[in-house]
Design a protein around this ligand. Sequence first.
Ligand code: VG1
Ligand code: CO
Length: 538
Amino acid sequence: MILTVATTPFEGQKPGTSGLRKKVPVFAEPHYAENFIQSIFDSLEGFQGQTLVIGGDGRYFNKDVIQTAIRMAAANGFGRVMVGQNGLLSTPAASNLIRKYKAFGGIILSASHNPGGPDGDFGIKYNAGNGGPAPEKLTDAIYARTKTISSYRITTSPDVDLGRIGETRLGSMVVEVVDPVTDYAQLMQALFDFDAIRALIATGFTMKFDAMGAITGPYAQRILEDMLGFPKGTVMNGTPLPDFGGHHPDPNLVHAKELVDLVMPEGGPDFGAASDGDGDRNLIIGRGMYVTPSDSLAILAANATLTPGYRQGLSGIARSMPTSCAADRVAEKLKIGCYETPTGWKFFGNLLDAGMATLCGEESFGTGSNHVREKDGLWAVLMWLNILAKRRESVADIVTGHWAAFGRNFYSRHDYEEVDAEAANGLMQALREKLPSLAGQNGIATADDFAYDDPVDGSRTTKQGIRLIFADGSRIIYRLSGTGTAGATLRVYIERYEPHAGFHGVETQQALSDLIALSRSIAEIEQRTGRAAPTVIT
Ligand code: VG1
Ligand code: CO
């Protein structure tokens, strides 16, 4: 039976950088998730009888909202729902299913790298038929709808058994439970030279992959251990848990410390990698060498033709604005297009769909390509493995060799987390007002608030971050996070280009120390937020 349930709008159901994210107790309020899901459906047209992909990263509350989403999809007229077994799908795997099976779209239940559990975060995002995050136009429409919604539709049917693979019916809708890994693993096999990686393993090459108690465990075990033949135990924290086993599933040097401590010292494995809550981020380290995500994008681009999926070369490279300019130098050398977009994967969709970019990346541990329309953690790991298998050099040698050829973009992001929202907004506003007077001082050549004109659909997105660009190409960028659920997080991105190999060995914070000091004084960070130092440095 289909019910039409009366409801009233909730404040603040505004999708951020990547969907709607709130604390679990907020999502658990009666009608909260239902309102948002109905607002998504009300903003779409033409899905009657079509397929919807649904899956999540397995975090606390996933199991409940999945059942709600399935009932609402049936009540709203979808013809089929394709859902990962036990409700699990990594973000890139969901993107692949949408594309492969020509679904109308997908609903992904995840708060990505944010912690999970009863007091942790939860999230919902909608991906369109190209497999990518809903563009701004659609998220704006969804938000507008959340402010006027007065009812939602849902069936009264019992929970669907998501443990069993196969098809069942829910009214006139088919529910198809699929293995979450199989299609994704096939795609990876088509892109990368698994035989070459097996041959590398046969030389004694070792690695550790940290799934951080989140979604990539089953994917990594199947692909790295079962298919490629890395020994059992190569994947650590490989069981997806509702609270990620207490991990903060953000694969950076701070939160993936367990892995970093294993891989960095002499005698450790040759290669280390980690992914985040929903499987779209990646951390890459080699013995003694951490690869910044910005450098990783540049190195993958420079070596892409060593892999079967990219043997033909790249059409272009796109990076988010705060990501370092290392990839630009590779694009220049390859004589291919280079695009600078606002933060958030949704801005890459048009460039990928139009064939203008093949590889994309963000400084926030996100790398990906036109194989799906999301960033993809394991994809990046496999691309690195494929390149290592072909070059037979250490990660450290490949990275330092890249710097020697292209110069090094020293890069660091300083996060000031959970600062008072008013103070953070005040800081940004003051910077904006100061913009005209900043250029010409302290070696700053230009100062602006980044705006993006999409070259494909002509849409303009403004206020995407304050940029201070120095005469030597150095940059300081300020923006506020759009994924947090408490207070505001100020992100400060600092970059300096160093052409001379003799200076490439300097420690990053040291190499950037003057710019770091300037980033704090120009924005009056301590006076305005009370923070003398960042909470997380990556
Ligand atoms: C952060 C990152 C951004 C990334 C986004 C979603 O956003 O900076 O680059 O696309 O998270 O990633 P923000 O607005 O907090 O800076 V994920 O893996 O959380 O979906
Ligand atoms: Co993520």
